[in-house]
Design a protein around this ligand. Structure first.
Ligand code: RP5
Length: 160
């Protein structure tokens, strides 16, 4: 199976990023965690992004706060799908990171999840890999069915 690389701009992003790593672990998806800053180590970000495809990566998740250019900088240097997590890390409550991450030129998309939306970044990565992995698709279907059953169970309790 292809792996998912999760890159964060600072190790201070780890408490949020851990939630993505946990979802990937639950689905049995191999994961690589990196700390790389678009501004503080641009050369290493380039090296990572340019080598990701040949290193067996299928999807990249990039998390950053403030002037959050990490996901976009990676997306510009790889044909792999890139999912951005804007991190709440400033007085602007993550709105700065959301806008920095989501606003990309045509042809270089970053699939941006909610501020601190790490779990959904991982679910989306699993869904992307599942398109070409039947076993993973079955796991995703089972997860969705369990999720639906849980809501309907709660609904049933309300009727009593
Ligand atoms: C961004 O600025 C990081 O992704 C982090 O969310 C935020 C704060 O970084 P540090 O102050 O921990 O370096 O670059």
């Amino acid at each position: 199976m292809k792996k998912v690389a999760i890159v964060m701009g600072s190790d201070s992003d780890l408490p949020i990023v851990k939630k993505a790593a946990q979802v990937l672990k639950d689905f049995g998806v191999p994961t690589e965690l990196r700390v790389l800053s678009a501004h503080r180590c641009a050369a290493e970000v380039s090296e990572f992004a340019r080598n990701a495809e040949k290193n067996g990566t299928g999807v990249i998740i990039a998390a950053a706060g403030k002037a959050a250019h990490l996901a976009g900088a990676i997306a510009g240097q790889t044909p792999l799908p890139v999912i951005g997590i804007p991190i709440k890390a400033s007085a602007l409550e993550g709105i700065d990171a959301l806008l920095s991450t989501v606003q990309m030129p045509a042809g270089v998309p970053v699939a941006t999840v909610a501020i601190d939306g790490a779990a959904n970044a991982a679910f989306l990565a699993v869904q992307i890999l599942a398109v070409s992995d039947d076993a993973l698709m079955e796991k995703m279907k089972a997860y969705r069915a369990a999720q639906t059953a849980k809501v309907l169970e709660a609904d049933k309790k309300m009727e009593q």
